[in-house]
Ligand binder design. Structure first.
Ligand code: BGC
Length: 747
């Protein structure tokens, strides 16, 4: 169909048919085969009342649903198929928070491209990804799915992932439409509690939470999903100012906006009025498709006929206005389908036998990604281990498969995971001594909650003392202890916020007991979130923060332990020192009483935090090689607004044995501004590989636009400013250990 196809369709469609296009439903199971055909979804398809479906599990199901939808639709308008492909599809990659720790945009693009190809081969057209919610709160479970705490890093990830999913454009074979989510500020809920509302200075919304969306849109992302939360009192499913105003206006988005799961219906609970009011608000606010709740389907016919007059809710719209809004949303749905090529060929991607990418290639990529995502936090000359080292592998994750997949693995399979004990055996040619050591959690009620989506947390019925004794016995027989500890997969993810982001108590006790043996101790932390590390790291000689690494997570870790891969991960999120240190960010604003690096009365800080606590800030991560950076050099100490200044630094790998993958990070601070600013913020980074002994120069280009900032008493009064004067540039291997040069803007 040509460009006018959408318009011509619209002319022929009835109101009911248009409303049907706005309905986005979950697939359920067994829909079109066997007895369960007459589910409500089947009835909806037969009645031409579905625009798209998410969660089909096979090409055959999708094809059957498409056939049924085409038969049920008077004008034969096809469905599109979507799915949550968050960190891989059939091949599960590390959690996104782990991938972010790779700081490797080519790798992130490659994982998204592979996931897209697997998804496309199952007839999917859209993925509900990338999830680009910045979060600075380790309590929030969905930090696992996101890009970490920093807007610059997250923006680059949004671009890389969008490119990976969409390739050169919608409709290319093996690619799918990206859906940026969750718009916006979902990662900053009150108390870190999932779904809770968000209150932020507009400057923070603009500088921290919106940039990844702007970047993803500029990269061509074809759709966006609204967030569950209210932001500064207005729920995002009724936020006309941000969705129609900022997203479509300022950021130039012209794609499709979908609700989150029953997000439209939830406006009622948000207190915005009964269903008709909430539906009118959502549609007016720019939510084009209604996921699962079917409130559009139920309410819009009457609203289009009678309009809405709800003085008690302070909201009224004429019938004509509502009809126009239905047209607007329907046109966007159809345009999306047209861009996907579905109006030309309703069976695009559903016919023949689309070729899934090679599984072995995916596995190799997953293994590389797992090694690149793990962060070496500490290493007192213990790692890498020689292959002949006699290892005791102790802890409840030593043989784990299911938890390794991480929180969003709808099409992943635990049997694809090679557990750590087997990965170590395969690499070294000998089986490690293993022991369970401690149950994942002590509390039975918590175990039940963690097993809500299938049992991944099991329990050793022996007493804690018996488990501990067996672990110590195993340790006694080995040269080195590797403790495999962490969180279950459901510890993180949706609706898995915690009060205390730290390793469960039984596992902390296990670590203490292992440390007391005096044997060299390496910890591998398999977690979904940033956990408080100070009291754990101090007991160990080495710590690898591995996250849930996907199908090849444990193999990637084994590669690091034995030095077949070099550690290169850098934290995408600051780890809290103690669980109460939250929310937190390296980029916290300056205060009038800054912390001097230790406790001082009448200075910002914590009374109960010891001065020798171990901090692991944003950007931090060690390698096996040591890299030295020369003093940074600016091409000029002063500059005019139109100039580009360069900052260069020579990096030298001082190791004679190990290759280094160094991520050089450039931060800025603005010591004199009109409002309080972050203490420092990331403006650029580069990743370089250095052979043993190699030196290489890295050069950053710096321009004035990197230093503009908003002064925004409201979203309608944003003043972007940049003042002449001093800027400090900090360059180094993480957000803390940097060298500083000064640049003065003359105008
Ligand atoms: C989540 C979304 C997800 C949707 C569909 C919601 O609960 O917030 O991220 O895409 O479900 O599964």
């Amino acid at each position: 169909m040509d460009d006018g196809a959408v318009g011509r369709l619209m002319e022929r469609m009835t109101l009911a048919e248009k409303i049907g296009q706005l309905n986005l439903l979950a697939a359920g199971e067994g829909l079109v085969t066997g007895e369960r055909q007459q589910t409500s979804l089947a009835r909806r398809l037969d009645g031409g009342q579905v625009g798209a479906i998410f969660g089909t599990k096979s090409l055959a199901t999708a094809r059957a649903m498409q056939e049924r939808a085409l038969a049920g639709s008077r004008l034969a308008i096809p469905l599109f198929f979507a799915e949550d492909v968050i960190h891989g599809h059939r091949t599960i990659f590390p959690l996104n928070i782990g991938l972010a720790c790779s700081w490797d945009m080519a790798l992130i693009e490659a994982t998204a491209a592979h996931a897209a190809a697997e998804a496309a081969a199952e007839g999917l057209h859209q993925v509900f990804a990338p999830m680009i919610d910045i979060s600075r709160d380790p309590r929030w479970g969905r930090v696992a799915e996101g890009p970490g705490e920093d807007p610059h890093l997250a923006s680059r990830i949004a671009v890389a992932a969008t490119r990976g999913f969409q390739g050169d454009g919608l409709g290319s074979p093996g690619r799918v439409a990206a859906c940026l989510k969750h718009f916006v500020a979902y990662g900053a809920p009150e108390s870190g509690r999932d779904y809770d509302n968000v209150t932020l200075a507009w400057e923070d919304v603009i500088q921290i939470y919106l940039p990844p969306f702007r970047a993803g849109i500029a990269a061509g992302a074809a759709s966006v999903m609204a967030a569950f939360n209210a932001l500064n009192k207005v729920p995002m499913h009724a936020n006309h100012r941000l969705v129609e105003g900022w997203l479509r206006g300022e950021a130039g988005f012209d794609g499709l906006v979908v609700s989150d799961y029953t997000g439209v219906a939830e406006l009622v609970e948000h207190g915005l009025g009964p269903a008709p009011v909430s539906v009118a608000r959502a549609l007016h606010g720019g939510i084009d498709m209604d996921m699962v709740g079917e409130d559009y389907l139920r309410e819009l016919p009457a609203l289009a006929e009678c309009g809405l007059d709800a003085p008690d809710a302070g909201f009224s719209l004429s019938a004509d206005h509502i009809t126009g809004l239905i047209d607007r949303a329907c046109r966007r749905v159809l345009t999306f389908k047209q861009r996907l090529g579905l109006l030309d060929d309703p069976f695009r991607g559903l016919e023949g036998a689309p070729v899934a990418p090679d599984r072995a290639t995916g596995r190799a990529l997953a293994r590389k990604a797992a090694a690149a995502s793990a962060v070496l936090l500490k290493n007192d000359d213990l790692l890498p281990l020689a292959r002949k080292t006699k290892v005791a592998l102790i802890g409840p994750f030593a043989k784990d498969r299911a938890n390794m997949l991480g929180t969003w693995a709808v099409s992943g399979r635990a049997e694809d995971v090679v557990p750590l004990d087997q990965a170590v055996a395969a690499l070294t040619g000998r089986k490690p001594i293993t022991a369970w050591g401690a149950n994942i959690v002590e509390e039975l009620w918590l175990e039940q909650r963690l097993n809500v989506h299938g049992v991944t947390v099991t329990r050793d019925p022996r007493s804690d003392a018996e488990q501990r004794a067996e672990a110590l016995d195993a340790a006694a027989k080995a040269d080195v202890i590797i403790a495999a500890v962490g969180e279950a997969k459901e510890h993180a993810g949706e609706s898995s916020s915690v009060l205390s982001p730290e390793l469960p108590a039984l596992q902390r006790e296990l670590i203490r007991a292992l440390a007391e043996t005096g044997k060299p101790l390496a910890l591998v932390i398999f977690a979904g979130r940033p956990l408080a590390m100070d009291q754990i790291a101090r007991h160990a000689d080495a710590v690898i923060y591995a996250g849930h690494g996907g199908v090849a997570g444990p193999e990637g870790v084994a590669d690091l332990i034995f030095g077949t891969e070099m550690p290169s991960g850098r934290l995408a999120v600051t780890l809290p020192v103690r669980p109460g240190e939250t929310p937190l960010s390296y980029a916290a604003e300056t205060t009038g009483r800054p912390n001097p690096g230790r406790f001082a009365k009448f200075r910002a800080g914590w009374l109960d935090l010891p001065d020798d606590a171990q901090h692991f800030p944003f950007g931090f991560g060690l390698g096996y090689a040591t890299v030295r950076g020369s003093a940074p050099v600016l091409s000029a100490p002063t500059a005019r607004a139109g100039d580009t200044v360069t900052l260069s630094q020579v990096l030298t790998n001082t190791s004679t044995r190990f290759t280094a993958v160094e991520t050089v990070q450039l931060y800025a601070s603005d010591p004199v501004a009109r409002i309080t600013r972050p203490g420092r913020w990331l403006i650029d980074f580069q990743q370089v590989t250095l052979a043993p002994g190699e030196s290489r120069e890295v050069v950053f280009a710096i321009s004035a636009d990197q230093f503009t900032y908003p002064v925004a008493p409201s979203l309608d009064a944003v003043d972007w400013v940049r003042d002449p004067g001093l800027i400090r540039l900090h360059v180094g291997p993480n957000s803390r250990d940097t060298e500083t040069v000064e640049l003065t803007w003359l105008d």
